[in-house]
Design a protein around this ligand. Structure first.
Ligand code: TRP
Length: 447
């Protein structure tokens, strides 16, 4: 079975060394596992919550997209897209908003921290707090649940959000699933082995501490940042303590074990801090220079990035569009054509609660599924040019007349007037197929 891994990066800044070692690099490595089905995206709707500077939003999206590609992300293997290119996500956000408990969101750390700060400074508790900030976890739940991710690699500060996604998804399943689990329960994945890199001052490298080392800016900028790494005052020739040196921690994050061991012994033997910084620069420069060239190449070709991301969005929507169709159906946002059948008027409702769900493919053509009461798919229709044609066929199937079913190995097809109109799923064997045929007949027998 494949594991669906999904993570998003808020596009409000320029990626630094810490983002690279802590999130981007491990995600790319994870995506290469044979059983991984990875969904990586630019969380640009989330960025709007934190930032109202359009130029910065635009620049950050471009920089972050270029960074992932330069770092070696294979877009044929993974699904790489911008959140804002998937209209199903805000739509799902609303469906989830309508089941999310306000009390749950009141407990979100980010929102609570803002309230606490207001209270401390004697402001109105909600001063400066937008509904975007408040609903942030619901949007994030939609990101995750839309694609039924199993694993969500995130930093510790995001664990609560993944738990909220579970909570909200479970509530939706319970309210509308009728026994079917629409949403998989996601799990936060915290990579213990992945380094949280220290910044220039030894605290966690973070834009908010202003202690970052740039990733793909010029070699000169990188050198300048490294020269500012804080060290102790031991003189050249004096033994240094690698275990208490964040310069050493940074070195290790990019070195082979052998290189790390050598650097360690040199520090113990009294390597000067100036020399040590040069070693770190040389290492980073070697490790990153190829990716840096590639990054600048991408930054110079924004049209190509646009094409890549639009192709990624198309791939993501192949999952999102039909799934959202099912969810709309589940909450009662149904076509009037099929509503007649499922509104419980009795007469046209198929027995055993089976229901027709129609949807539209990306190419504009119409199809429908016949789902059993437990949500299992009984039939998937062929394509129809318009909703009316699809509706006429589903209506005819419900009339309860003799069905023209044709078995073909472990599947069967449904025919009307010598045209094939629908297919069964693939069954394990012919006995399972025959059982499904009986089920279908029962489901289509008017009550
Ligand atoms: N909130 C995450 C962060 O700031 C970014 C994000 C948005 C995300 N949607 C997501 C992460 C879905 C994982 C899954 O880091």
């Amino acid at each position: 079975m494949t594991t669906r891994i999904l993570t998003g990066i808020t596009t409000s800044g320029t990626p630094h060394l810490g983002n690279y070692a802590g999130a981007i690099r491990p995600a790319i490595i994870a995506s290469r596992q044979s059983d991984a089905d990875s969904f990586y995206f630019l969380a640009d709707y989330h960025a709007l919550i934190k930032c109202d500077d359009p130029l910065r939003i635009q620049r950050s999206r471009l920089e972050i997209a270029a960074t992932w590609l330069a770092a070696g992300l294979d877009v044929d293997r993974v699904t790489f897209y911008r959140q804002s290119d998937i209209p199903e996500i805000p739509e799902l956000t609303w469906l989830l908003t309508c089941v999310a408990a306000k009390g749950l969101l009141n407990r979100a750390h980010a929102y609570k921290a803002s309230v606490d700060k207001n209270v401390e400074t004697g402001e109105d508790p909600d001063a400066g707090i937008t509904m975007g900030l408040y609903s942030y976890p619901v949007l994030m739940a939609a990101d995750i649940l839309m694609f039924n991710a199993h694993k969500v690699p995130v930093g510790r500060d995001q664990i609560q959000h993944v738990e909220m996604a579970r909570d909200i998804g479970q509530r939706f399943n319970h309210l509308f699933g009728q026994g079917k689990e629409f949403f998989v329960m996601p799990e936060a994945l915290i990579e213990e082995s992945v380094a949280t890199l220290p910044g220039l001052d030894g605290r966690k490298m973070s834009k908010s501490y202003d202690n970052t080392i740039p990733l793909f800016s010029s070699a000169k900028d990188m050198k300048a940042a490294i020269s500012q790494i804080v060290t102790d005052s031991r003189l050249p020739g004096e033994a240094k303590d690698p275990d208490n040196s964040h310069l050493y921690t940074l070195y290790q994050a990019f070195a082979t074990p052998e290189q790390g061991a050598e650097f360690r012994s040199e520090l113990l033997q009294g390597l000067s801090w100036g020399e040590a910084k040069q070693r770190l620069f040389a290492l980073l420069d070697t490790e990153l220079s190829e990716a840096r060239d590639s990054y600048h190449g991408f930054m110079a070709r924004p049209d190509d990035l646009e094409d890549i991301l639009l192709a990624g969005a198309e791939k993501a929507r192949r999952v999102a569009t039909p799934f959202l169709g099912e969810l709309r159906e589940a909450v009662g946002l149904r076509s009037f054509r099929s509503a007649v059948q499922s509104a419980g008027s009795g007469k046209k409702k198929t027995s055993k609660g089976a229901r027709f769900v129609s949807f539209r493919e990306d190419d504009g053509r119409f199809r429908f599924r016949l789902l059993a009461a437990d949500g299992e798919q009984l039939l998937l229709s062929r394509h129809f040019a318009d909703g009316k044609a699809a509706g006429a066929v589903s209506k005819q199937l419900q009339q309860g007349g003799e069905l023209d079913l044709r078995s073909e190995e472990d599947r069967f097809t449904v025919w009307i007037d010598d045209a094939c109109v629908a297919d069964s799923p693939e069954f394990a064997d012919s006995a399972a197929r025959d059982a499904a045929i009986d089920n279908l007949k029962l489901a289509l027998t008017p009550q």
